[in-house]
Design a binder for this molecule. Sequence first.
Ligand code: ZN
Ligand code: ZN
Length: 156
Amino acid sequence: MKCFYHSETEAVCTCVGCGKGLCSSCGSVSTPPRCPDCLMKETEKKFRHFLYTAIVSAFFFLVTALILFFAVGVSAFRSPLWWLLMIVIMTIPWGWRFLHSLFPAFFISTSIFLLVLYFIFEAALSVFAGIVVMPWQIFSIVRLFIKTQKLKKKFR
Ligand SMILES: [Zn+2]
Ligand SMILES: [Zn+2]
C-alpha cells in the first residue's frame, strides 16, 4: 500500500480514524497516527468544545457581576476581592468539564439527597480544578491552533 498523500512513498501505518495508508512522515504528525483530514475533524471538535466552555464561563462571570451590581452596587467593581470572586466563579465550567472528562459517569443515584450532595461536592471540586484547568485549556488551544496552522501549510 502507498501513502494516500504521497503516491510514490510506501505506507508504514494506517490512520486510526479512516484507515488510509500513511507514510512515516505523514504518520509521525500525531500519535496514534491520523491523516490530516481526521486530524482536522478532531481539532475542530476541540475548538468547538473550547468555545462552548468559554461561552458558559463568560455567562457565569456576567451573572456574578450582575448579582454583585444589584447586591453591592457599582462600588463592588472597585474592590479587587470581588473581581477575584468573579474570576473564581468563571473557572467553574472549566473545572466541571475537566472532572466530567475524567469520570464520565462517576456517580449515578436515584436518591435526590445524594444527587444534590454530589452536585455541591462537584461544584466545589470544580472551583479548585478550574483555577488550574482554565489557564491550561487556554494555553492548549493556542498551542493547538499554532500546530493546526503548521499542519495546513504542510499539506497544502
Ligand atoms: Zn483518517
Ligand atoms: Zn505521506
